[in-house]
Design a protein around this ligand. Structure first.
Ligand SMILES: Cc1ncc(COP(=O)(O)O)c(C=O)c1O
Length: 388
């Protein structure tokens, strides 16, 4: 039996490997605290689950859904964009729903890339940008995100011969894994770059709702000419604790949305309608669920940063997102420090190099760990000082 070459080209999915390690440690009876994947521990709010329960009983929702989402959901997404970003979208041509942002991000490669094309991909990055590109037979040109540049890609450093072959650029702010945010100047420059070089800008805004200390994350659609060249991916996973229900959206340029819909309608049948009703109730709600979540994550962020600093690490407080991006102590690599934390403190973190070569020298901690586990980890961290 032979499987396709594209499967062999792909490294194992990062979090799959980490969960194997966790299971092994747990089977040895160890009490593991897991700061790995960004999967909210807080349950989906009752009013959102109630929408599912009600709608599950309606036979209308027992049949195939449309791949691009019910008109009511597309309208709820457009209304949410208006309320949240003051952006106008036509729900019939500029908005579709996704089976989680991950599905749209993966399928985007098939809509926009041909074999031999280049995708400009940040390094480090959410792994689906590169995996989708490779599955589509295209190549990645990695744009390093380094601290000196505030974890923004240096557009001037992209060689001309690469630009000529590039069809898309992925950007993602608030950023996973670095926790960085982008300023208005960056968004304007990226849009200009895209228009000048005929490169589609794919903005992944999955973390736009989780922001701290008065920061408000923009939508790329707020910036002039964004709709000429870009689309924006969104997710209900993080803001509404809905990772298990798989709801996302993509909005923006009509032609790009239509191309992605062609891929989707041929490969998937969209979101179960009862789940679409959950999304409608979340998007139409006041913002209190999101504000409560932000308070929880902010408290965790601050508690953990104090403990990590006492432990001997330098940590910058992120203004957004669900992650701490932390330099490993000197003498360690991402992998060796990840191993050190697992073997000595039973703490699981994600090695930064798992998100790309420029992530080497960092680890990522997710704030989606239950408070009781965070307290356990803090006790363990306080029992050791790296500098002694
Ligand atoms: C940057 C980024 N985009 C997209 C996603 C996927 O979101 P969803 O749960 O909607 O598929 C994630 C999930 O961790 C992410 O980190």
């Amino acid at each position: 039996m032979n499987i396709s070459k594209r499967i062999n080209k792909i490294p194992p999915y990062l979090f799959f490997e980490i969960s194997k390690k966790i299971k092994k440690a747990q089977s040895e009876g160890r009490d593991i605290v897991d700061f790995g994947i960004g999967d909210p521990d807080i349950p989906t709010p009752n009013f959102i689950v109630d929408a599912l329960i009600d709608e599950a009983k309606n036979p209308v929702n027992h049949q195939y859904p449309e791949s691009d989402g019910m008109p009511e959901l597309r309208e709820a997404i457009a209304n949410w964009y208006k309320k949240r970003f003051d952006v106008n979208l036509d729900p019939s041509s500029e908005v579709i729903s996704l089976i989680g942002a991950k599905e749209g991000v993966g399928h985007a490669a098939f809509a926009f890339l041909d074999p031999g094309d280049i995708a400009l991909v940040p390094d480090p990055h959410y792994p689906v940008y590169s995996r989708g590109t490779w599955f589509a037979g295209a190549e990645c040109h990695f744009m390093p995100l380094i601290e000196k540049n505030n974890f923004l890609p240096d557009l001037a450093a992209i060689p001309d011969n690469v630009i000529r072959k590039s069809k898309v650029m992925w950007i993602n702010y608030p950023n996973n894994p670095t926790g960085a945010i982008a300023d208005d100047k960056f968004y304007n420059e990226v849009i200009e770059f895209g228009i000048k070089n005929n490169i589609i800008i794919l903005h992944d805004a999955a973390y736009s709702e989780i922001t701290f200390d008065g920061y408000r994350a923009p939508s790329i659609m707020e910036f002039p000419k964004a709709k000429d060249i870009s689309i924006e991916f969104h997710s209900l996973s993080k803001a509404y604790n809905m990772t298990g229900w798989r709801v996302g959206s993509v909005v923006g340029n009509t032609e790009l949305i239509s191309a992605l819909t062609t891929i989707k309608s041929n490969l998937d049948s969209g979101l179960p309608q009862a789940i679409q009703h959950m999304a409608i109730s979340a998007l139409n709600s006041d913002n209190s669920v999101v504000s409560e979540n932000i308070e929880i994550y902010k408290t965790r962020r601050d508690r953990l940063i104090s403990a990590l600093e006492l432990f001997g690490l330098e940590v910058n407080a992120p203004k957004a997102g669900l992650y701490l991006w932390i330099k490993v102590p000197s003498g360690h690599t991402s992998s060796s420090f990840t191993e050190y934390l697992l073997e000595n403190l039973d703490i699981v973190v994600t090695p930064g190099n798992g998100f790309g070569d420029s992530g080497e020298g960092y680890i990522r901690l997710s704030l989606t760990t239950p408070d009781s586990d965070i307290e356990k980890a803090i006790e363990r961290l306080e029992s050791v000082n790296l500098n002694i």
